[in-house]
Write a new protein. Structure first.
Length: 247
């Protein structure tokens, strides 16, 4: 199963922002029982004036969450499809399209027949079945009514004779189900203690960037960069997906 999800967020920057000089996107997420949640980390720098040589850094953590029912453990994956931004009146508008993919869990549902009281009554009437109820308090009730044990034995014998003479004798047994663990305990037992984390960067190239400087900055080889990107020329504004090692 794959879903393309759009994420939009407006970030208000307190300072005056003349231009964004650099910006990057980092995505990290973890997989829980019924959802995939994570954080988009937006980092970069900006100038307060166009002619200024000084730059100020910014960093914002943007949480996201996706609820999923019945997906297979450790099968969820989040991948950035597109990342754009706009600057308007010191408001940084973030727009992220990401793909959420996962394998669906095969659920085997057992069909259980519910007890229907009306159907049960109709069955008894059609087959002329007598219902005899023996209670634990029988001895106490009999004692209170002055019924002796010998009379009770005769009464029980009479009932047995009636049951033997029934033309259509059927036995209906309703067995109680074994008690299950509480819902809370079941959920806790099913939640995985180990969570899966994946992290990578979306880097926006600047004028003075080269493939060598980028590979050195993120401590990866040029071949690894080209494995994740189809761009052969490094120029200002080009977005590169950078795999992150051991973060």
């Amino acid at each position: 199963m794959k879903k393309i999800i759009n994420y939009e967020k407006e970030i208000s920057i307190e300072d005056n922002v003349a231009s964004i000089t650099s910006i990057s996107l980092e995505c990290s997420y973890n997989e829980n029982r019924n959802n995939v949640d994570g954080i988009f980390l937006i980092e970069g720098s900006y100038k307060t004036h166009e002619l200024s040589l000084n730059k100020k850094d910014f960093r914002y953590e943007l949480p996201f969450n996706n609820e999923i029912e019945d997906f297979k453990k450790e099968s969820a994956h989040v991948e950035i499809e597109d990342f754009t931004y706009e600057l308007e009146d010191n408001i940084l508008k973030i727009n992220i399209d990401y793909e959420l993919s996962y394998d669906e869990e095969e659920v085997n549902e057992e069909i259980q027949e519910e007890f229907n009281e009306d159907e049960f009554e109709r069955f008894l009437n059609e087959h002329e079945v007598d219902i005899v109820s023996f209670k634990d308090e029988e001895e106490t009730e009999d004692a209170e009514e002055g019924i002796e044990v010998e009379d009770r034995d005769e009464q029980e014998q009479t009932i047995e004779e009636i049951e033997d003479n029934l033309e259509d004798n059927r036995t209906i047994t309703l067995e109680p189900q074994e008690s299950n663990d509480s819902v809370e305990e079941t959920l806790l037992n099913n939640i995985s203690k180990e969570e899966k984390y994946i992290t990578y960067h979306v880097y926006v190239c600047e004028n003075d960037d080269t493939i060598e400087s980028i590979s050195k900055k993120y401590n990866i080889t040029k071949e690894e960069i080209f494995d994740y990107n189809s761009e052969e020329e490094i120029r200002s504004g080009v977005k590169l997906i950078i795999p992150v090692k051991d973060e």
